[in-house]
Design a protein around this ligand. Sequence first.
Ligand code: SAM
Ligand code: SF4
Length: 458
Amino acid sequence: MFIDHDYIEKILDESRLVSKEDVQVVINKAKNKEGLNHKDVAILLQLEDKDQLDSIYKIAGEIKESIYGKRIVMFAPLYVSNHCINNCLYCGYRRDNKFERRKLTQEEIKNEVKILESMGHKRLALEVGEDPVNVPIDYILECIDTIYKTQNDNGEIRRINVNIAATTVENYRKLKNANIGTYILFQETYHKPTYEKMHPKSIKGDYNYHLTSFDRAMEAGIDDVGAGVLFGLADPKFEVLALMLHNEHLEEKFNVGFHTISVPRLKKAEGMNLEDFPNVLDDETFKKIVAIIRIAVPFTGIILSTRENQEMRRELLRYGVSQISAGSVTGVGGYKEKEDRKSVNQFETCDDRSPLEVLKGLVNDGYIPSYCTACYRKGRTGERFMSLAKTGQIQNVCEPNALMSLVEYALDYGDDEIRNKVDKLIDNIKDDFEKKHVREMIEKRIERLRNGERDLYV
Ligand code: SAM
Ligand code: SF4
């Protein structure tokens, strides 16, 4: 098995003994922006020296800037069912929590999607609990179909990433055929004894089955898989190292590793107390981990949700985060009910700004919020995406595409303030495009958007 606990402990023990000079060798290697192997990562995880810490933040920031430019991908989660037969000790949806379970009808889904579209969203993460009887794969497929078909004026969902429980090759094939974007599954914890303790008497409690889901998903033809650790369950150093080994395993076997890594931190939820979790992660360690992941896997997107507050999100965008959610609710039917009544949430969120407010904050900080979904729709996924990204060719398409998606947002969902800001942003960065034909192409397409055309991308 590619996660060998003794091996991970051994590498961590060895890394505790390295000198400051050894650490510097890894830092110098990190500057090449070519990624790091798990042994290097183990060394960086031990880093405590203030100057060395500052230099890894600086390198992470430079890698972020050179690969992702100023683009930040925007998305929102959509919870369609909170039925769950598992009993994950950290989760508000676990079966021991008694409340009236709910799954949305296709009509209700249409309403949620229309609300999300009216916020400007084009990319969703579909979320459900695990319940093969009440929420079979056919229900998920129906939801995906409904979401893609639901349009609201100019609004449409162009990419659905799916976060559902570990399943079979056959079911992954069905998801692939339903045109999902990324298949997302968090390992929660790679530490087997902790995993088993956190997932008592449940389907999800099968560590090996959960761990090998991406192998099955890729076997079924899904190119883009999104990993994650729920930070707060076990030793974070163990988790990051295991995450790297998992990524290396997929690279070896399928020639492509994680498309994204999510970095959720444990939050207060119904029926659990954070005091019962001794590994809850402090802010400083969390920032260090995000910077190390950015350095280790430069071409893998890092996703940060509204589990984090505005300040933390702002800071982590500098060190490596490339995708954020905005305006999220974590309850079933929650977008509609936000106005009516409070639904049961999976966990508490900490950034409750509207997408427009989040967007203004990003533009003020010089970022280009991006609603682009072109890569996936043009078949630039998996290995193909990675090789384009690694040769830097993706830059010439991503930045213009991000700009066009932002103009589209400002025209359809923005106010005068954001439209002015976007105009200024375009003026400021237009000259960054060295190639004349790229500049001209952007200008022409923006004009076409202003004249009412939509969905223009390269
Ligand atoms: N039920 C599926 C599963 O468990 O894989 C879908 C994912 S669930 C809707 C989304 C994720 O939320 C879980 O994988 C877990 O990591 C995270 N989560 C659960 N409880 C949480 C909490 N208290 N704080 C932060 N994240 C939590
Ligand atoms: Fe169910 Fe997922 Fe929550 Fe576990 S994390 S209780 S599987 S919804």
